[in-house]
Ligand binder design. Structure first.
Ligand code: PLP
Length: 348
């Protein structure tokens, strides 16, 4: 019916490229649970270096990476502070609570960005009635914030405040490299403010699987135990790590194209009167728009897009998210805009 399904649902939908598959096929492997997969070891050293940390751990998903981060910092009866729209709080089944007995306290940011003063006063006093405030988690770029880049000075100020008050810090950097490419501030500079940092290879970087958690050697060694009990000990995972290494070599700088394509899509949507962009800027590879003016719901509108070969996701009753990635070109964006126009005309 349509020559190419245009999949803007997420940057996780990318398929490994032929060259990435070739790198996977050629990977030297061993049993990583026994510590002897050379490709995994190479990836872990590479990530540690990239993020300016002593060590890193390859894990199956960002959810596991964040949970291990939380478990390194918190025990049962501790509390973490995070932004109310963040992935850890909203999209990871509150694993910190289910599996680790940790509570969360949220602060509402603007497009995912908290003001440092909002955190002041949130540390609970030492009192048997209360949980122990232990950790601050930030997300960069912020997914629900529309791919928002955390302002560098905000990151610095929040982490400094946390450190001065004896709190640990964790960065959910699933899309940290998008922030790096968009700002020109390198990954180690962003990461230096945090005790632990998680990055994903399966988002914009285009690998089929995997994330990594970086931090001090001693903690990452502990992280190996957490990974095992969570079922994340993998054997010849060098086959997968090879994809991540390939992505770090070949798919980082090109994130700029995704950012350009997101702006191109936003410009197209702006020309369609019935659709309304949410947010005040397109920082990276994501955008949200509303269909309220059409008098329809996101799901009904998405069905029309789907019929025309365009996939996007609803994130609220009248809000739709679109994400650009390795498998969409500028031409695809133009076709997507044409489909949006056609779908708008068909409503009503
Ligand atoms: C995708 C994502 C994760 C991790 O998700 P997995 O699907 O478990 O890999 C974590 N944080 C953010 C912000 C994400 O977008």
């Amino acid at each position: 019916m349509f020559e190419k399904y245009l999949d803007f649902r997420s940057d996780t939908v990318t398929r490994p490229t032929p060259a990435m598959r070739a790198a996977m096929a050629a990977a030297e492997v061993g049993d990583d649970v026994l510590g002897d997969d050379p490709t995994v070891n190479r990836l872990q050293r590479r990530v540690a270096e990239l993020l300016g940390k002593e060590a890193a751990l390859y894990v199956p998903s960002g959810t596991m990476s964040n949970l291990i981060g939380v478990r390194l910092h918190c025990r049962g009866g501790d509390e973490l502070i995070c932004e109310s729209g963040c992935h850890i709080y909203n999209y990871e089944q509150a694993g910190y609570a289910q599996l680790s007995g940790v509570a969360a306290r949220t602060v509402e940011g603007k497009y995912g960005v908290m003001r440092p003063e909002q955190l002041h006063g949130l540390i609970r006093p030492d009192n048997t009635h209360l949980v122990r405030t232990r950790l601050v988690c930030l997300e960069n770029t912020h997914n629900r914030g529309g791919g928002r880049i955390q302002p560098y000075d905000v990151v610095e100020a929040i982490c400094r405040w946390a450190r001065e008050n004896g709190l640990r810090t964790h960065l959910d950097g699933a899309r940290l490299l998008n922030a790096v490419v968009a700002t020109g501030i390198d990954a180690a500079s962003w990461s230096q403010h945090f005790d632990t940092v998680s990055i994903c290879f399966s988002k914009g970087l285009g690998a089929p699987v995997g994330s990594a958690l970086a931090g001090p050697r001693e903690w990452i060694d502990q992280g190996v135990r957490h990974r095992k009990v969570l079922g994340g000990g993998m054997r010849q995972s060098g086959v997968l790590a090879a994809a991540a290494l390939y992505a770090l070599d070949h798919h980082v700088d090109r994130l700029a194209e995704d950012h350009g394509n997101a702006r191109r899509l936003a410009a197209g949507i702006e020309r369609i009167e019935e659709l309304e962009l949410a947010g005040d800027a397109i920082d990276t590879n994501m955008l949200f728009f509303r269909v309220d003016r059409l008098g329809t719901t996101a799901d009904a509108f998405l069905a029309k897009l789907q019929q025309r070969g365009l996939g996007m996701l609803s994130t609220a009753p009248t809000t739709i998210r679109a994400v650009t990635h390795l498998d969409v070109t500028a031409d695809d964006v133009d076709r997507a805009v044409a489909i949006l126009e056609d779908a708008v005309l068909s409503v009503g």
